[in-house]
Design a protein around this ligand. Structure first.
Ligand code: SME
Length: 169
């Protein structure tokens, strides 16, 4: 039986991410499977914090195109071009982007009208290639800060053990 995902909404963020990191290590064990890693990490974050949307946009054309999945939540947009929206900006610039108010972000792509704030974290493989971005959307404004960036970057460090394999576009 798999562990139950704890409700971490009222736990201090650094402590919450430390708990998720240990469950992620436990569940994934010595797996090197990128899809298993993305599905597991999405499920942990989504259910622990009750986000609106939690998941990955994979690089399907290097330096050009991202495609949705795996994820948890309402329907996400299928494809995002590098440089567009929050996900495309994080991918093009290979850096974490925190958006406290999506209405104030020029070019924000609205997949779910309830989304008010978001964080997008780049995901790299063993060679340092950009594999994907991790996108989390919240119905609450100003939901993400530095502790989230630290915690999410530590969770996506799991993918440093994987090798980028291009999914046909
Ligand atoms: N809000 C994102 C698009 C992805 S969805 O919200 C799932 C963006 O602007 O990149």
């Amino acid at each position: 039986m798999e562990p139950v995902i704890p409700d971490l909404r009222s736990v201090p963020r650094d402590e919450a991410y430390a708990q998720l990191l240990s469950i992620q290590q436990l569940v994934l064990g010595d797996s090197h499977d990128i899809i298993a890693g993305m599905a597991t990490t999405s499920a942990l974050l989504h259910h622990a914090f009750g986000h609106l949307w939690t998941g990955f946009y994979r690089v399907v054309e290097p330096d050009h195109l991202l495609r949705v999945g795996p994820y948890q939540g309402s329907l996400g947009c299928q494809d995002i071009v590098f440089g567009r929206g929050v996900c495309g900006t994080a991918a093009a610039e290979a850096r974490t982007v925190i958006v406290p108010d999506v209405h104030a972000f020029p070019g924000h792509i609205t997949c779910d009208a309830r989304s008010r704030s978001e964080i997008v974290v780049p995901v790299f493989d063993a060679t340092g290639a950009l594999l994907a971005v991790l996108d989390i959307d919240s119905a609450v404004p100003h939901a993400f800060g530095e502790a989230d960036q630290r915690g999410l970057e530590s969770l996506v460090a799991w993918f440093r053990r994987t090798t980028y394999v291009l999914t046909p576009a």
